[in-house]
Write a protein that binds this ligand. Structure first.
Ligand code: ADP
Ligand code: MG
Length: 334
């Protein structure tokens, strides 16, 4: 059945429940622009991600999983700034008017939109090669936004969750990895529970909104790990004009990563892999205990993996204090 652009918008983006009332939303879908109230004393945080089929996600990926991932990675950018989700807009380029795909896609957006009270307030649709562009808007207190530039010498470096799962997921899903042909899973990894774990890690990363917003005043800098720990930590030290010392043996891994990957590949996945959407943040030594306590209360795992030092660059040390050679190679598009 042929559907006009307006029918698509009504069916899949309004009637689907994605456009709901929330504080500050004066007007959403339906007019030429959405109208929003920015509360006094707040900053509007805006972030956008473009996902292109075959570049950022596999051809013929499940529409619902894709939708979840697209919104999750955007919300992760808000977490990196310690901003609360406010609303989002959606730019869709579709090769065809596929009802089943649209239904799956809009349903896939719903759980995170509802969880974070973050309605869809507008967008655009066009015909072309499949790509998905989401722009999220968030709010943070004027003095609470956490930037990349605030790390100082002596701060401890923390990461949330476990690292490497995003990159290992690519291998598990049989997708191409930029980490090379030797980046492969060990034999015992073919069990279906591991496969499901990594599929979830890839399509359902958990944006660390609560951890970031609740701990905002304890963080001196923060970033979400989308391109690998080394590449993203480099953004923090460059913006802050400092160096970093990492203790690689402290990097936290999931049970699945410990089972499925050699130690070498695991480290490579964490350092250069990307797609983890965990936070990498810095905390002043006097606030570390408070930070760890708060994280525990929130049920979030955080691990201290190093320290900010004077100078520039990242030195990686192993358990014995020996320098580890880690070629920089975060995923760059150009
Ligand atoms: P215009 O021609 O003025 O740009 P459109 O016809 O593109 O308006 O869109 C009509 C309304 O539907 C607008 O409010 C727009 O924000 C909304 N809209 C269009 N595409 C989407 C989408 N993919 N998701 C949500 N809202 C959308
Ligand atoms: Mg338009």
């Amino acid at each position: 059945m042929y559907q006009s652009e307006f029918e698509i918008i009504r069916r899949y983006f309004v009637d689907s429940g994605l456009y709901f009332t929330a504080p500050g939303i004066e007007l959403g879908i339906g007019d030429d622009a959405a109208l929003l109230h920015i509360p006094q004393g707040k900053l509007l945080a805006i972030s956008m991600d473009v996902l292109v089929e075959a570049v950022h996600f596999p051809v013929a990926a499940d529409a619902g999983l894709l939708a979840n991932r697209a919104l999750a990675v955007n919300l992760s950018d808000l977490a990196a700034m310690a901003a609360e989700p406010f609303c989002f807009t959606l730019g869709l380029v579709l090769p065809s008017n596929n009802e089943q795909w649209l239904e799956g896609f809009s349903q896939g957006l719903l759980p995170l939109a509802k969880k974070y009270n973050c309605p869809l307030v507008g967008g655009d649709i066009s015909r072309g090669p499949l790509s998905i562009c989401i722009q999220v808007q968030g709010l943070c207190d004027k003095d609470k936004a956490v930037k990349r530039s605030g790390a100082v010498v002596g701060d401890k470096i923390y990461v949330s969750g476990t690292l490497g799962d995003g990159a290992i997921a690519l291998a598990s899903l049989g997708l191409k990895s930029h980490l090379g042909v030797s980046f492969a899973m060990e034999d015992e990894s073919q069990s279906s529970s591991f496969h499901q774990y990594f599929k979830n890690a890839y399509y359902k990363p958990e944006p660390r909104i609560e951890l970031a917003t609740e701990c905002a005043t304890l963080l001196t800098s923060n970033i979400d790990i989308s391109d690998g720990l080394l590449g993203d930590l480099a953004h923090i030290i460059d913006a802050s004009d400092v160096g970093a010392q990492l203790l690689v043996h402290r990097i936290p891994y999931s049970e699945a990563a410990l089972c499925c990957m050699s130690a070498e590949n695991r480290l490579m996945a964490a350092l250069h892999g990307g797609d983890d959407y965990e936070l990498c943040c810095t905390v002043a030594p006097q606030n570390c205990e408070k930070f760890e306590k708060k994280a525990t209360q929130l049920g979030a795992r955080v691990t201290c993996i190093g320290e900010i030092v004077a100078g520039s660059g990242i030195r990686c040390l192993d358990e014995s204090g020996t320098l580890v050679n880690t070629e920089a190679g975060s995923y760059l598009h150009f």
